[in-house]
Design a protein around this ligand. Structure first.
Ligand code: 13P
Ligand code: SF4
Length: 326
């Protein structure tokens, strides 16, 4: 039975007997319940290894739409689980820890975006997928970092556009598409921290290394990058490149997949500007643990639910994005 203390905490912390093999137990529960585990590249390696699918935010949304499983467990952050529920209302969508939010999504409250939109009549609203369902409901189309450039370019050159919430991704898109979209002043606390000085130092020590950056990084970091792209695009670049070393300016969880795909290559995570941490981790993504995942599958909780009217409103701009991303 689900306990009130778990509901209050947003996750289940029931102790699991030491002799339980967590990974085997997770796979057994998935089979028994026709459940699939989806994991983002920023989660711990153990979570990625036990998942049915690992991907970037676009791939995970596409899988959620297609899978025939009865239960989806989203090992990522809340907006990703919400996107799964929006696309697959008939499925039970679970998230191991309801506290797995996103600082970028939080930087754009729906009421404030609605007000801004009302102040700018005639503007289309393009929203990054890192937003709540309530924000998506106010938008014309959703984008991920994989398809953002192509989708912005699908609008006529003179279209008036509000881009929310990531000002760094928006600024990058303005530069590469030669647009002048109005940018919401939001950002990701992980990607905004990467140190330009440390990249310069790493480049001096590894002159042949390629710098790979996610477009959520600040423009000073992007200016130093040899390649800018989504997590999936960065992975493909590293695989195809002849270079042997890479300086990686995105959440360090991605190194797990990089090392798996490119065993002979070396990946150097860029440290943040402040703090003792030698890597850069999204604390929200790291709330996903094997223990919580096991308990989530066992008790089928926490469940992600959405008001039906909101779900339908938020679905439209996501479906538009998926249609343009085929
Ligand atoms: P991707 O779309 O590259 O997976 O990025 C999602 C994200 O949360 C980046 O911080
Ligand atoms: Fe959100 Fe940043 Fe974490 Fe991505 S890395 S989920 S944008 S807080």
């Amino acid at each position: 039975m689900i306990k009130q203390e778990w509901i209050d905490k947003g996750y289940i912390d029931e102790a699991i007997p030491a002799d339980v093999d967590l990974k085997a137990g997770i796979r057994r529960l998935c089979e028994e319940k026709n459940a699939v585990v989806l994991a983002h590249y920023y989660t711990d390696g153990d979570i990625q290894d036990v998942a049915d699918f690992v991907g970037d935010s676009l791939a995970l949304a596409q899988i959620a739409e297609k899978t025939t499983a009865d239960i989806l467990v989203m090992c990522g952050v809340h907006f990703m689980a919400e996107t799964n529920k929006i696309l697959s209302p008939e499925k039970k969508v679970l998230i191991p820890d309801l506290n797995a939010g996103c600082s970028l999504a939080e930087s754009c409250p729906a009421e404030e975006l609605a007000k801004f939109k009302a102040e700018h009549p005639g503007y289309k609203v393009v929203a990054y997928v890192n937003t709540s369902a309530a924000v998506k409901a106010h938008t014309d189309i959703v984008v991920t970092s994989t398809n953002a450039r192509a989708i912005v370019e699908s609008f006529p050159k003179d279209e008036k556009i509000i881009f929310a919430p990531d000002k760094n991704l928006g600024g990058y898109l303005n530069a590469v598409t030669h647009r002048n979209m109005l940018l919401w002043n939001g950002g990701c606390h992980v990607h905004e921290q990467f140190s330009i000085e440390k990249i310069v130092e790493l480049k001096a020590a590894h002159p042949d290394a390629k710098v790979l950056a996610h477009p959520e990084c600040k423009s000073g970091v992007l200016a130093l990058a040899d390649f800018i792209g989504s997590t999936a695009a960065i992975l493909t670049y590293a695989e195809k490149s002849d270079a042997a070393e890479f300086i990686v300016a995105t959440e360090s969880g991605i190194l797990h997949e990089m090392m798996k795909r490119c065993p002979g290559k070396r990946f150097l995570p860029v440290p943040p500007s402040t703090g003792p941490c030698a890597c850069n981790e999204c604390g929200f993504m790291r709330l996903n643990t094997l223990e919580k995942l096991y308990n989530t599958l066992k008790y089928e909780w926490p469940v992600v639910e959405l008001d039906e009217e909101l779900r339908i409103a938020a679905k439209k701009p996501i479906v538009r994005m998926l249609e343009l991303s085929k």
